[in-house]
Design a binder for this molecule. Structure first.
Ligand SMILES: *Cc1c(COP(=O)(O)O)cnc(C)c1O
Length: 435
């Protein structure tokens, strides 16, 4: 280690010696936890390679098609790979699925019919789904098509309200939607094991009901996925975990053959289904991104844990906290002041490989009742598997951040936030030294 000087490199990159040393101290204390994450990543890496080998991924799969896209070997093989990873009968993995919300809307709209009821037994779903379902009236919502919705909130302590769920299940209930990640709420993220318990409870009572899991931010965090514990479908975005930072667009639905078929007929057209949909030139990024995803997810997890440990010691409340187990890649930190939130976002931005010279400004984002600040210097616009942060400018001034394609970048970005807050006088140097 004598031939290079890391501290000096960090100094050149705007990290002062006290911040650097504080970061090293935290990092060193996390070796065992990081080792456990590496073990999970190694297992998942093999799972992905195994699926690619079994499906006989070959050079020709990387070519792609144009026009109608009939007989697109790469697309069809990739769907087999996804189905194998999630242990499902089939999968739909397409660049024509524009984002996570679209994938979820597609799965719901194609598997529900007028008169059916949708049930969420884990409280309010992700913001953008409110309009899909029609909780907030919207053109083209499920409600407009005569599909009703029931919701059972989690109990005070984060547990499932089994009595409430039992009562909510009725003869109209056709599909149950479970969101794995807490998203930007304060409830705990659900482990796959807990999702399995909930699914068993539902299937014991209503084996005919379909269970869909919104898998966003959860893929490859554990060694099992919701479809390993009884979910009929998992749905997610390729610009989050499974795209590995390389997929520039896309979504997936993996599940029972009939569920996937329904989704394909809705995405393209009745009668055409999975047979059409040219992959164009995008397959190399889909394959390589999926190949890298287990390690990328591990890097993001380490970044989240590093930040929680670093900020908790500085006296800020972190969710999840410094020591608890992780079931998704999102980290929330409560600053309590506008300066804290803004400084954090400025630090993330200035530590980015792209647009590092830009200063993030709070702006009135549609759908929010206060200004929102966002930081992201991304290769793929809006990608949240890349290091990114945002938060609404209102009490309690919490920042939500996630991602980091490599741990060294996540670590550097987070140290840049500490530096920014120190330079603004939000964190004092004496404090850092005494930790
Ligand atoms: C990101 C996310 C979505 C929506 O995905 P987009 O790609 O932003 O449309 C849905 N549910 C959860 C839990 C998410 O994290």
């Amino acid at each position: 280690m004598s031939e290079f000087n890391k501290a000096k490199m960090f100094e050149k990159m705007g990290i002062s010696a006290d911040v650097y040393e504080y970061g090293e101290m935290i990092c060193n204390s996390l070796k065992e936890r990081f080792e456990r994450i590496d073990q999970v990543a190694e297992y998942n890496q093999l799972k992905v390679i195994n699926a690619m080998q079994k499906a006989q991924v070959q050079e020709a799969c990387l070519m792609g098609t144009t026009g109608y896209g009939y007989n697109d070997l790469g697309r069809d093989t990739l769907e087999k790979v996804y189905a194998d990873i999630f242990h499902t009968e089939d999968a739909l993995v397409r660049p024509q699925i524009t984002c996570g919300t679209h994938a979820l809307a597609l799965a719901l709209m194609s598997n529900l019919r007028p008169g059916d009821e949708l049930l969420s037994p884990v409280g309010k779903p992700y913001d953008t789904l409110e309009e899909v379902i029609g909780i907030r009236p919207s053109k083209g919502s499920l409600a407009e098509y005569g599909i009703s919705y029931k919701q059972v909130d989690l109990l005070e302590d984060g547990g499932f309200d089994y009595d409430g769920i039992e009562k909510a299940l009725n003869s109209k209930t056709k599909l149950v939607t479970i969101q794995r990640s807490k998203g930007y709420q304060t409830r705990p993220t659900l482990s796959v094991e807990r999702i399995g318990e909930l699914i068993s409870f539902i299937k014991e009572r209503r084996p005919d009901v379909l269970v869909m899991v919104d898998n966003c931010y959860g893929e490859f965090v554990e060694t099992i996925e919701p479809t390993d514990v009884g979910a009929d479908m998992v749905v997610g975005s390729l610009i989050k975990n499974p795209g590995g930072g390389l997929a520039p667009i896309g979504g997936y639905i993996a599940g029972k053959k009939e569920c996937v078929e329904n989704a394909a007929y809705r995405l393209t057209s009745p009668g055409l289904g999975k047979e059409v949909g040219a992959s164009l030139g995008i397959l190399p990024q889909f394959y390589q991104g999926l190949f890298l995803a287990p390690i990328v997810v591990a890097s993001a997890l380490k970044g989240a844990i590093f930040a929680a440990n670093l900020y908790e010691r500085l006296g800020y409340s972190c969710l999840p906290n410094a020591t608890e187990d992780r079931f998704d890649i999102i980290q929330a930190i409560t600053f309590g002041t506008e300066d804290g939130l803004v400084g954090f976002c400025e630090g993330i931005q200035s530590g980015s490989p792209v647009d590092s010279f830009v200063t993030p400004e709070p702006w009135p984002m549609p759908g929010y009742d206060s200004n929102v600040i966002m930081a992201a210097g991304n290769f793929v616009s809006g990608s949240s598997i890349e290091l990114s942060a945002d938060g609404p400018l209102k009490p309690p001034y919490a920042v939500y951040f996630q991602g980091g394609l490599t741990f060294p970048h996540a670590k550097y970005g987070i140290l840049k936030t500490v530096q920014a807050l120190k330079d603004k006088g939000v964190i004092d140097t004496v404090n850092l030294k005494n930790k």
